[in-house]
Ligand binder design. Structure first.
Ligand SMILES: Cc1ncc(COP(=O)(O)O)c(C=O)c1O
Length: 414
């Protein structure tokens, strides 16, 4: 009976829910708690990707669930964004203002990362009255038209051309290309660490030099911390590794504690531009939904009280150290990361695919990266324990040992 139901649901998933690839992971989720997801057959999976960077405090954290139910009992959506005074929104914006680097202080809430990126680009153009945007090859900022326009991978842009005009891409981590930023540039958008690009960590000079070039030209610096923000890299915000303060900070993913929530945060004088000339030029119905803000605040409080950024730093070092064991099996090119955002680079795409699929079979969920078919991104919940890390690494070891590519069997492949 259960088996029949399983087939039925999968067929309905494939038939009625728009598919984004021919090969979805297809795990039938029954429950999720902490670092674990249980499917409808009772099989448990250890989650090493946290819903792609969302579940930093684990799945269905009790404090978040309580905040959701408490807020839902008070009210759900009551008015479009910006009109009514909604306590959960104010409390979260106030908490963010205390935590983000000064002088950032005012938050605009959205439903997602890409909407927050859109808002940040529009705000920068309106504030500076300039038209040019600079972005980086290998960067990822979302899939709506504006965000896709600054996403540095031609293959994903091509089917949707024309996109925004006046966007120039320069190489990530290249100091000499920063001179492209000029006095016509409204904004430069960058991820402090490129995540979908393959977990690319810039040299220590790059972000400070970028900040300086923006200061010299009057271009606004937008830091997209949708993936890196809220503790993942070992600091609350990745920009704090380099003491760089952006003009606009973009957050999402972990911000809602598992609920859909994004934000862009800036200085009062920049954010003021959205309320005038004309007013209501950037509005949203659901952005900053009270239930999502209540969930986000509960999640953020837990993250800070339990020092999860420091934990990410410590466990990230442990995980990277342990991952080196995989080199002995073969097929691994490189391990790099900051905190619990780690890239594991294998030496060919087929091996990568097989490895991820073997891991899934064994009960470990891993994520690849959009722009690189050989880099696996490890981004577990920050509440993960050393024991769970060891468990996951054990599964990875076995999965890699089982891989057979082009007739060659690791560990015997050269
Ligand atoms: C760095 C970065 N920016 C923006 C986005 C888009 O966020 P969303 O999927 O919530 O629209 C993502 C999503 O993966 C991201 O990693």
């Amino acid at each position: 009976m259960r088996g029949t139901n399983k087939e039925k649901l999968k067929n309905e998933f494939l038939r009625y829910v728009c598919q984004t690839s021919s090969d979805p992971m297809g795990i039938e989720v029954d429950r999720a708690e902490g670092c674990w997801i249980t499917d409808r057959s009772g099989k448990k999976y250890l989650d090493f990707i946290a819903g792609i960077g969302v579940a930093t405090i684990g799945h269905a954290h009790p404090a978040v669930v309580k905040a959701i139910t408490d807020q839902a009992a008070r009210h759900l959506h009551v008015m479009v964004y910006g009109e009514f005074i909604l306590e959960p929104q104010i409390r979260l914006a106030q908490r963010l203002a205390e935590l983000v680097p000064s002088p950032l202080a005012v938050t605009y809430f959205t439903n997602s990362g890409t909407e927050a990126v859109e808002g940040s680009l529009k705000t920068a153009k309106k504030f500076t009255k300039r038209k040019k945007l600079i972005a980086f090859t290998g960067g990822f900022h979302g899939d709506t038209h504006g965000s896709l326009s600054v996403t540095g991978r031609a293959v994903y842009q091509k089917p949707f051309l024309p996109l925004l005009p006046n966007v120039t891409f320069i190489p990530f981590n290249s100091l000499k290309h920063l001179k492209t930023i000029d006095r016509q540039t409204a904004a430069v958008i960058v991820e402090p660490i490129q995540s979908e690009g393959g977990v690319n960590i810039p040299g220590d000079e790059f972000l400070p030099a970028l900040r300086k070039r923006c200061d010299d030209t009057g271009a606004l610096l937008i830091l997209d911390e949708v993936m890196t923000g809220l503790g993942r890299t070992g600091k609350l915000f990745a920009c704090q590794h380099w003491n760089v303060v952006p003009d606009i900070l973009v957050l999402a993913k972990a911000l809602g504690g598992g609920m859909p929530l994004g934000a862009f945060i800036s200085r009062p004088e920049i954010m003021k531009t959205l309320s005038e000339d004309p007013p209501l030029s950037h509005v949203t119905t659901f952005g900053g939904h009270p239930v999502c803000c209540a969930a986000g605040l509960a999640g953020l409080d837990f993250l800070i009280e339990n020092k999860l950024p420091e934990r990410a730093e410590r466990l990230g070092r442990y995980m990277m150290d342990q991952l080196k064991i995989l080199f002995e099996i073969g097929g691994v090119e490189n391990v790099r990361g900051k905190g619990l955002l780690i890239g594991l680079e294998l030496n060919n795409p087929k091996l990568t695919e097989r490895f991820v699929s073997n891991c899934r079979e064994a009960g470990l969920i891993l994520g690849w990266t959009l722009h690189s078919d050989t880099v696996i991104r490890l981004a577990p919940p920050l509440i993960i324990t050393e024991r769970e890390i060891d468990q996951g690494l054990g599964m990875m070891r076995e999965a890699l040992s089982k891989c057979r590519v082009n007739g060659r069997h690791y560990p015997n492949a050269s």
